[in-house]
Design a protein around this ligand. Structure first.
Ligand code: PXL
Length: 274
């Protein structure tokens, strides 16, 4: 009997299946790890109102109960956080995660969904900064989130990204990955990795396809699974970048509002049947 590597996501359900725990669990499975989910919010989208998002929080005590359940099995090889509804839930997660000091934690500091402009909950940003950044083995903000965490405002250039990465590192994250993605000028999608010593830039050509809903979650989940399988953080990030690039390329149009990545793209490009 072999026990697989266990990977845990503490995140929301995207009822359209592209982002959140759906992305995480599918990605965990693609990596051959055993995924577990502790649900923090339920996100719904209204097709009759321009796909506007509704976010229903899960009670903090229920989040805690899920974590107690998740930690009651073999040790978790790596965990990640995604969309979190409020400071109370952030606090519960920090408390439960601190009981497992050797477990790598990947923090995806989700603050807004694509197409939405409102920050999920401003007090949330403060709680993430104070309680989760110091626990992060790897943190994966996009440009907006990095500006919020570093308190530098919006980032426009690679130099801005380097400055923000340094600040976030100083706040306690071991490895900072700022996703410049498509947002940075130029024809390459650039992500910046900082481990306190070196800056590494990961470049891929920008993909024309708009099928990128869930890309951030998938990227962070792939890093989590890679680390669970024993990869050093930088290698896990590089592998995750390839994984998510092929997932975006395999994405499809869900409806007029959204196009999710297809999380199985990487595998299906290599092997077509089960
Ligand atoms: O992509 C960010 C994100 C994360 N988690 C959940 C979401 C979304 C965006 O829709 O619904 C649950």
């Amino acid at each position: 009997m072999t026990t697989p590597k266990l990977t845990l996501t503490i995140a929301g359900n995207d009822a359209s299946g592209g982002a959140g725990i759906a992305a995480d669990l599918k990605t965990f499975a693609e990596y051959g790890t055993f995924g577990i989910a502790a649900l923090t919010v339920i996100a719904t989208m209204d097709p009759n109102n321009n796909w506007s998002h509704g976010v229903t929080p899960i009670d903090a005590s229920v989040v805690r109960d899920q974590l107690v359940t998740a930690f009651a099995g073999p040790s978790i090889a790596a965990a990640k956080t995604g969309m979190l509804p409020n400071a109370e839930v952030v606090k519960v997660i920090a408390e439960e995660v601190r009981k497992h000091p050797t477990m790598p934690l990947i923090v995806d500091p989700v603050m807004v969904c694509k197409g939405e402009t409102e920050v999920l909950n401003p007090e949330n940003v403060e709680a993430i900064k104070e309680l989760l950044v110091p626990l992060a083995t790897v943190i994966t903000p996009n440009l907006f989130e990095a500006g919020q965490l570093a308190e530098t405002g919006l980032l426009f250039t690679l130099e801005d990204m380097q400055k923000a990465a340094r600040i976030i590192y100083e706040k306690g994250a071991d490895v900072v990955v700022i996703k410049g993605g498509k947002a940075l000028k130029g024809d390459e999608a650039i992500d910046l990795v900082y481990d306190g010593e070196n800056f590494t830039t990961l470049k891929t050509r920008k993909i024309e396809q708009a099928t990128n809903h869930g890309a951030g979650c998938t990227f962070a989940a792939a890093i989590t699974a890679g680390i669970a399988k024993g990869l050093p953080p930088l290698e896990a990030v590089e592998k995750a970048k390839n994984f998510v690039t092929e997932a975006i390329e395999a994405g499809f149009k869900y409806n007029q509002f959204v196009g999710p990545v297809f999380h199985s793209g990487y595998r299906l490009n290599r092997q077509s049947d089960i």
